[in-house]
Design a protein around this ligand. Structure first.
Ligand code: ADP
Ligand code: ZN
Length: 610
């Protein structure tokens, strides 16, 4: 704890950090599962300071490694990173410092860690009794059931043979019980302590909306973020590369500074976007899921999914990039009936190309459709998905608990009507056609097939085509219907029960489907453990952000590495006038005080009018 206070300036450890650090210090095997932003890095950074022995960290993302090393340096903590982008000279330098004992933490990419050179280094360290622990970051990469499988992770167990008796600590943010077991087994963790933190992210507000118009709804959300005046960034996720370009363009037309990002872009421009977002000269990125893996900006205030994600794990991971600094942030998921079938086609196509079995992927897709379609507290649904219970009756931070969704007054009967529409037309058509029949549209197709004579024709005459499609999609999500690869709706596993009115279905009224005006306004930006700043405080905060940006540019580090938003807020509120007072602020350690203290104190004095 002494070390944590001195180096990082934190006065308490987060839940499970103490236990995880303790495992690292005493050399026990351990798996730590903490959500994004839970503070996993600290768990492997502290033990070397206590034991004086080196920790080797396996981590897959070069960009993050570099930022981490720079960030530690600012705290006066020497660390090194070994990866393919490093030249020979620098790598050798790191290795010799490690052997001399003046470097206690080294991060290495998995492919690097498996080279003979690295294994020899590890063996030397071990023989000299200087190797304290091996840490595996992003350990879910080892499992096919995780969302980011990397085959080279499977070979990391070899490191154990090189360094027998050295404890191995694995870390991950997303792990269903199945992935957890996989990690323990494949890394050969012995008597491993498994520390599972709470998956809930109370500072995130989740909302699921019907996607009316992705551009319009996204623009509204980004403007609301700007209006709250908290600064910070927004990530908008799209399914395809073309979608990112199109949506980014729409945002620009609306006057927002937004850029697209996807894996099909050239390295140069892609890198520019990453860098601009990280150093806060760009606040809105419209991206495929390729964006974010290497991005570590802690003040992302908004994550929009412009399309259903492909699994709940992926959602937790992507939405989890919001609010890593612990302050309030918004997660908005825009979904439409076509999303599920679009994913299905992609999954089936890639399965037929690779010859892999698509059933696991399809099952994960069903789960996320259920998540989006259900009228259940989002915080609760996410916790339960990851095998945890959720206590609060009302989370106060999701569309369901905030009363922004409305349930259909007679869900069971409505569901029966919808199911009849599918049944009477012979389970042979897609949602659009079934909707036409149910609303009583006299189209050429309907007439040609004689469906205008059916008893279900016009059964839901008051509803729009779109609305009926949204309702049908919910039935798919609930397992009452399923859509085959041609998007034809058929009865699903729970179809008969729903038809008989025995399933207790709850259907959400499709809010905002008819038109823009009917959706209720909601701009209750909820901020956990931080009341909104007053106008004066916000002015100081903005000045401090400006200063932080200048310092970050000079020292070529991302701004959050200098100080987090949470730290700047606290400064703006407490207005420390002396180095001692500044040291009281969470996130200010001795080293940073020495380096930046004066500059920030001056800015505070200037900002607060002397
Ligand atoms: P993870 O790797 O689990 O996603 P990080 O290790 O990046 O999370 O930590 C997230 C943020 O929380 C960082 O800004 C970090 O400085 C901060 N943090 C970690 N531990 C503590 C603590 N004990 N007290 C205050 N802030 C902390
Ligand atoms: Zn809720």
């Amino acid at each position: 704890m002494e070390a944590v206070r001195r180096v990082w300036g934190y006065d308490t450890l987060r839940p499970l950090q103490a236990a995880s650090i303790e495992a690292g210090v005493s050399g026990r095997d351990c798996l730590t599962v903490l959500p994004t932003g839970g503070g996993k890095s600290l768990c492997y950074q502290v033990p070397p300071l206590v034991t004086g022995k080196a920790t080797v960290v396996i981590s897959p993302l070069i960009a993050l490694m570099r930022d981490q090393v720079r960030g530690l340096k600012l705290n006066g903590y020497e660390a090194g990173a070994l990866h393919s982008a490093l030249d020979r000279e620098d790598a050798r330098e790191i290795e010799s410092r490690l052997l001399r004992g003046d470097l206690l933490l080294v991060l290495a990419a998995p492919e690097r860690a498996l080279t003979s050179g690295f294994c020899a280094l590890l063996a030397k360290l071990h023989d000299a009794g200087r190797l304290g622990a091996i840490a595996i970051d992003e350990a879910h990469c080892i499992s096919q059931w995780g969302h980011d499988f990397r085959p080279e992770y499977r070979r990391l167990v070899e490191l154990r043979r090189i360094a027998p008796g050295v404890g191995m600590q694995a870390f991950t943010a997303t792990a269903t019980p199945r992935v957890r077991e996989d990690i323990v087994r494949q890394l050969g963790l012995e008597d491993a302590e498994v520390l599972v933190g709470s998956f809930d992210r109370p500072n995130l507000t989740y909302r699921v909306r019907h996607r009316r118009d992705a551009a319009e709804q996204t623009i509204e959300a980004v403007r609301a973020m700007h209006d709250r005046g908290e600064g910070g960034g927004a990530i908008v996720y799209c399914l395809s590369r073309a979608d990112t370009e199109r949506l980014a363009e729409s945002l620009r037309v609306a006057g927002l500074d937004a850029r697209a990002y996807h894996a099909g872009m050239d390295k140069g421009p892609r890198h520019d976007v990453e860098r601009a977002f990280t150093n806060e000269s760009l606040d809105v990125v419209v991206a495929t899921v390729a964006f974010g893996m290497g991005i570590d900006r802690s003040n992302v205030r908004l994550v929009v999914h412009a399309c259903l994600p492909k699994s709940v794990e992926a959602y937790q991971q992507e939405a989890g990039r919001a609010g890593r600094d612990g302050l309030g942030a918004e997660c908005l998921l825009l979904a439409a009936p076509s999303d599920g079938s679009r994913w299905e086609r992609l999954i089936l196509r890639s399965a037929s190309e690779s010859g892999a079995d698509p059933s696991a992927q399809l099952a994960l897709l069903d789960d996320v459709r259920r998540f989006a379609g259900a009228l259940l507290c989002r915080h609760r649904a996410l916790c339960e998905y990851f095998g945890q219970s959720y206590e609060p009756e009302n989370c106060g931070a999701c569309d369901v608990c905030l009363g922004e969704t409305r349930e259909e007054s007679d869900s069971a009967v409505l569901a029966q009507k919808l199911m009849s529409g599918v049944a009477r037309t012979g389970q042979r058509y897609g949602a659009g056609y079934v909707a036409d029949v149910l609303r009583g549209a006299v189209t050429d197709d309907v007439v040609a097939r004689g469906h205008n004579a059916l008893s279900v024709f016009g059964l839901l005459a008051k509803r729009s085509r779109k609305e009926i499609m949204v309702l049908l999609d919910q039935l798919v999500a609930l397992g009452a219907l399923r859509a085959d690869e041609h998007r034809v709706l058929r009865f699903g596993a729970r179809g008969v029960a729903v038809m008989k009115g025995e399933a207790g279905v709850r259907l959400a009224a499709p809010l905002g489907v008819r038109g823009a005006g009917s959706e209720r306004r909601r701009e209750r930006g909820r901020v956990v453990d931080a009341a909104p700043l007053t106008i004066e405080e916000r002015e100081v905060f903005e000045r401090l952000r400006g200063l932080r940006k200048r310092i970050a540019e000079e020292s070529e580090v991302p701004p959050y590495v200098v100080f987090s938003d949470a730290t700047l807020r606290e400064m703006a509120r407490l207005l420390p006038r002396s180095p001692e007072q500044l040291l009281e602020v969470k996130g200010v350690g001795r080293r940073k005080l020495e380096m930046f203290g004066e500059a920030f104190l001056e800015e505070i004095v200037a900002g607060a009018g002397g």
